[in-house]
Design a protein around this ligand. Structure first.
Ligand SMILES: O=C(O)c1ccccc1NCC(=O)[C@H](O)[C@H](O)COP(=O)(O)O
Length: 215
C-alpha cells in the first residue's frame, strides 16, 4: 500500500477540492481558535459535504473539553479526531470511548527524550501523528512549519498506523519518506502561500511526490 497523505488546516473549497482530486486520504479541519486555519463548526460542515467516501474528515482539537467536542460533532460528521494538545493517555482513551470515533494522538518530538511517549500513546490511540515539538513560546502547538531530526525514527517500531508531520514540503517529502519509511505524511504550512491560505498547486505537487514510488 502507498503512502497516505493528510492535508491539514483546510479552510475553503478550492484547497479542499485540490486535496481530494490529487488523492489525499485525510483532510483536516482545525478547531482551535488561535490558529489562522481555524474553522467554525458551521464552516466545516459546509466543507464536509464536498468530501467523498474514502477520504477521512479529521477534526483537530487542542485539549478539548467534552462540550467543545459535542459542539463540533453536532455539526460535522467527522471520521477521525486528532488531539494536538497535552491530553493524557487516559483522556485520549476517554475521548475515544465517549465519542465512539477513532483518535489520532499527535506527539511532538524534538529529541530522543520524546520517543518513549510514542509507545505510551500507541497503547490508547488508533493512530499516531509524529510531529515536530513546538517551541516553548509558540502560539500554536502544531502547524509551525518546523521539522525535527527524522533520523530519530529510523528503524523504530510503532504500535499503530502513523503519519509523519512537521515542516514537510513538496521539496523535502520524498527524502522524509525515504528515511523514515513513514506510512503517511501530514502537511499544513508547507502547502500554503501565507499562514492559513492553502495553495492548490503546492497541494498537488506535495501529493504527487508523496505518493510516487520511492526508488
Ligand atoms: O495547523 C494549525 O494551525 C494547528 C494549530 C494547533 C494545533 C495543531 C495545528 N496543526 C497541526 C497539524 O496537523 C499540522 O499539519 C502539523 O503540525 C504539521 O504542520 P506543518 O509543519 O505546518 O506542516
Amino acid at each position: 500500500m502507498g503512502v497516505s497523505v493528510k492535508i491539514c488546516g483546510l479552510t475553503e473549497a478550492e484547497g479542499l477540492a485540490a486535496a481530494i482530486e490529487a488523492g489525499a486520504r485525510y483532510v483536516g479541519f482545525v478547531f482551535f481558535e488561535k490558529s489562522p486555519r481555524h474553522v467554525t463548526p458551521e464552516a466545516a460542515a459546509a466543507l464536509a459535504v464536498q468530501v467523498p467516501m474514502g477520504v477521512a474528515k479529521v477534526g483537530l482539537f487542542v485539549d478539548p473539553d467534552d462540550a467543545a467536542l459535542d459542539r463540533v460533532l453536532a455539526h460535522v460528521p467527522l471520521d477521525l479526531i486528532q488531539l494536538h494538545g497535552s491530553e493524557s493517555p487516559d483522556r485520549v482513551a476517554g475521548i475515544r470511548s465517549r465519542t465512539g470515533l477513532p483518535v489520532m494522538k499527535a506527539i511532538g518530538v524534538s529529541g530522543p527524550q520524546d520517543l518513549d511517549r510514542i509507545w505510551d500513546y500507541g497503547l490508547v490511540s488508533d493512530m499516531l501523528l509524529i510531529d515536530a515539538k513546538a517551541p516553548e513560546d509558540a502560539v500554536l502547538p502544531g502547524g509551525n512549519g518546523l521539522a525535527f531530526d527524522w533520523r530519530l525514527l529510523v528503524g523504530r517500531q510503532m504500535l499503530k498506523p502513523w503519519l509523519l508531520a512537521g515542516g514537510l514540503t513538496p521539496e523535502n517529502v520524498t527524502e522524509a519518506i525515504r528515511l523514515t519509511r513513514a506510512q503517511g505524511v501530514d502537511v499544513s504550512s508547507g502547502v500554503e502561500s501565507a499562514p492559513g491560505v492553502k495553495d492548490p498547486d503546492r497541494i498537488r505537487r506535495f501529493i504527487a511526490r508523496a505518493t510516487a514510488p520511492i526508488l
